[in-house]
Design a protein around this ligand. Structure first.
Ligand SMILES: NC(=O)C1=CN([C@@H]2O[C@H](COP(=O)(O)OP(=O)(O)OC[C@H]3O[C@@H](n4cnc5c(N)ncnc54)[C@H](OP(=O)(O)O)[C@@H]3O)[C@@H](O)[C@H]2O)C=CC1
Ligand SMILES: O=CCS(=O)(=O)O
Length: 245
């Protein structure tokens, strides 16, 4: 039986894309899921789908920029299932644009969701994982957390930050807390819809013609979780085979 079976897994940004695909894959492997995002109707549909297929899931409407809401998501996991085994810190957005356009509100939003949201997730689960003497935090960085490219300075900065946070968790986690940094390249999701600059959107959408399916990332996440407790998969980079970046 898979190591995933019976594990309590919180997923932020579960209402679409990688979060949704991961929820489906982990539910099939027997995980007990706690789903968070802002769009309730999407979460409800996902929960219903998982339950209809014999899986276990609850959801809480969660904006990861609000620390109290992230704490409530973790609390819901403990109330429903008694523990937290894994947090998939996945919620994120990518409104790319050249720095000269000074889209400072979008810079703020990326910092709030992609960095502070991840940290609020860590703060919400770490005390419980310490009490349990076990836990696993999986953060969604990106290829953009390894290379910088034009129009992506702030997005890349957030994903480099996520990579640093993952390594910090690994170093401080000791024997108890596993830390996995997942860095995908182009994956077909709703991510590019957050780009408000038409020129940038055009270029990115051309790159994303090669995008791979979200389940590719879900499989990588499942691979990290299903390792035995003494094996910590720290870093996974996965791209479309033909992605040059
Ligand atoms: N797709 C790709 O090519 C790649 C994606 N990634 C990363 O993967 C992660 C998931 O993105 P992906 O699935 O592709 O994109 P999607 O746009 O499909 O999903 C993003 C998810 O984040 C949620 N979200 C956004 N803002 C908030 C918020 N304030 N609070 C809570 N949830 C929020 C959205 O839910 P809702 O709007 O309902 O709140 C949605 O469920 C991101 O961190 C992204 O940077 C990394 C590399 C490549
Ligand atoms: O996060 C996005 C993936 S890529 O466009 O940087 O490869």
């Amino acid at each position: 039986m898979s190591e995933i079976n019976g594990k309590v897994v919180i997923i932020t940004g579960a209402s679409s894309g990688l979060g949704e695909a991961t929820a489906h894959r982990l539910a099939k492997a027997g995980a007990k899921l706690v789903l968070g995002a802002r769009r309730e109707e999407r979460l409800q549909a996902l929960r219903d789908d998982i339950v209809a297929q014999g899986g276990e899931a609850i959801y809480r409407v969660t904006d990861v920029t609000d620390r109290e809401q992230v704490e409530s998501l973790a609390q819901a996991a403990k109330e429903a299932y008694g523990r937290i085994d894994v947090l998939v810190n996945n919620a994120g957005l990518m409104p790319l644009s050249p720095l000269d356009q000074l889209k400072v509100d979008e810079w703020d939003q990326m910092i709030d969701v992609n960095i502070k949201g991840v940290l609020y997730g860590v703060a919400a689960v770490l005390p419980t994982m310490r009490e349990q003497h076990a836990g696993h935090i999986i953060n969604l960085s990106s290829v953009a957390g390894h290379v910088v490219f034009p129009s992506a300075a702030v997005y890349c900065a957030t994903k480099y930050a996520v990579k640093a946070i993952s390594e910090g968790i690994r170093q401080e986690g000791g024997e108890e807390i596993r830390s996995t940094n997942i860095s995908p390249g182009a994956v077909a999701t709703e991510l590019t819809t957050t780009i408000s600059d038409p020129e940038t959107a055009k270029g990115v959408n051309e790159l994303y013609e090669m995008a791979i399916d979200a389940d590719a990332v879900a499989r990588a996440i499942a691979f990290a979780i299903e390792q035995p407790a003494d094996v910590d998969i720290n870093e996974l980079i996965l791209r479309p085979t033909k992605q040059p970046l």
